[in-house]
Design a protein around this ligand. Structure first.
Ligand code: PEP
Length: 250
């Protein structure tokens, strides 16, 4: 079965008010979106519930993070069980901003992934290398190490609940998009790794998104690469061009 094209919008800590979030969602609700694309938007946690009530039903909602415990003395955290209870089907885990600014290790990301899947969430699992790691030829190794941590705590069937987002750190929010050849090469390496580490079936079925300075202008060529199954979009998901990115394969 061909893999469904998938576009996620990571709003990060934006917009800065409920009113601005409402206008953003109203714009998306009016847009002409390719029904063949699975669309997921990730607003800040404080807006998850109002956004999920307002957004059109063909667009799903993701949290940008979740903890690995259901409840307890974990000030400031949000649990996978609470997300499921609130009707939120997805969570983004392992984003490079979480890894860098909030010191999340691959082991912690894996523990959170396990807990999220156990609670019934689908996970958008972010991986990717820094510029220094790319320039020293370590891209495949870094992606594999980040994935291995998740492989270690999952079974083959869990991978139907995981979408991988390959997001080179040097491309996130910088305006420096990976070339379509760079994206294709790394996505193919990720698939080859999963084929050995998990199974050939998982490798061919898992959706691998590219993320990092995706715009309407560069999305069409990236979307033509055989191993690029969609995008995780930051900055451009806050603009009307998000609809063009969703429609990149149309
Ligand atoms: C992201 O934050 O996941 C991202 C890809 O950001 P941007 O599109 O702004 O580079």
């Amino acid at each position: 079965m061909p893999r469904q094209f998938f576009v996620g919008g990571n709003f990060k800590l934006n917009p800065a008010s409920l009113q601005a979030s409402t206008s953003l969602i109203e714009g998306l609700n009016k847009a002409d979106l390719d029904p063949a694309t699975e669309v997921v938007i990730a607003p800040p946690s404080i807006y998850l519930v109002p956004v999920s009530q307002l957004v059109r039903k063909d667009v799903k909602v993701a949290a940008q993070n979740s903890y690995f415990k259901d409840s307890g003395a974990f000030t400031g955290e949000i649990s996978p069980k609470q997300l499921v209870d609130a009707g939120i089907p997805y969570v983004i885990l392992g984003h490079s901003e979480r890894r860098t600014l909030f010191f999340e290790t691959s082991a912690l990301v894996a523990t959170k992934t396990r807990a999220a899947i156990d609670a019934g969430l689908k996970v958008i699992l972010c991986i990717g290398e820094t510029l220094e790691q790319r320039e020293s030829g370590k891209t495949a190794q870094v992606c594999q190490e980040q994935l291995q941590a998740v492989v270690d705590v999952t079974k083959a069937e869990d991978w139907s609940k995981i979408v991988i987002a390959y997001e080179p750190v040097w491309a996130i929010g910088t305006g420096k998009v990976a070339t379509s050849a760079q994206a294709q090469e790394t996505h193919a390496e990720i698939r080859a790794f999963l084929s050995k580490a998990v199974s050939a079936d998982v490798a061919s079925n898992v959706q691998i998104l590219y993320g990092g300075s995706v715009t309407a202008a560069n999305s069409k060529e990236l979307a033509r690469q055989p191993d690029v199954d969609g995008f995780l979009v930051g900055g451009a998901s806050l603009k009307p061009e998000f609809a063009d990115i969703i429609n990149a394969r149309r």
